[in-house]
Design a protein around this ligand. Sequence first.
Ligand code: ADP
Ligand code: MG
Length: 254
Amino acid sequence: MNKIQTLKAACRTLGLTHTRETLETILHDAEKEGSSYLDFLVALTDGEILYKQEKAKNKRIKEAGFPYPKYLKDFDLDFCQALTIKQFRQLSGLTWIDGLYNLILSGPPGVGKTHLAIGLGYQACEDGYKVSYTTMKSLIKVLRTEEIDRRAKAKVRRIYSSNLLVIDEVGYLPISATEGNLFFQLISELQEKTSIIITTNKGFEEWTEFLGDAALATAILDRLSYQCDKIQMNGKSYRLENRKSFLNDGTDRK
Ligand code: ADP
Ligand code: MG
């Protein structure tokens, strides 16, 4: 084995993937620039750290389980009258996750609830937080089946170890008493451990209806609301306002 091969084998043993993959380039650049030993080692370790951070970030994003990417930078605040620029910046800063605050985004379809929730979740992944995304429908399913389904159990375990849980589409489907209780237990146990973003088409007064139990609705809302900002996103549907159509109007028909 020549020296390069020996060094690459050592990098593999030490888990220095980036250094191993770019060894020839790193050496070539250092020789070309006549780097000092110190500069060479700094460049090498910096490269390895950046690579590992990027990899960990991509893993966090993948494992969060977002259905599709949505970014805060694409969120049009002029369209969303529910938030001031200052509030939007405060939310984007994510310090509320450290303070264990919750966020409830409510409003009719198309106003940007999911976009904002996923955008904040993505940003949180970028900033090093562990995030889990789920719709209410699939949350209820994993809570119901965690005892018999290994994947559901893993998902629940991940939720419990997350810094931020996004529960999308709460209130769209009615849930049974058993399911309501499972949801209550989850919310109770996450209190003081995990921040929660909920998107919902229901006002607080309608929670009793979809949970089918006034006492349960009060207990859940009591826990969620303790440290919480509620953003009422009324207004027009972004989808309807920015409707795209595939067909042309036929005026160029021959
Ligand atoms: P909701 O969850 O409230 O039903 P979505 O977040 O799914 O609505 O938004 C519907 C579509 O409109 C998405 O493609 C989303 O990216 C877009 N959208 C909604 N509000 C905004 C906004 N303020 N800025 C940019 N895009 C928006
Ligand atoms: Mg939505």
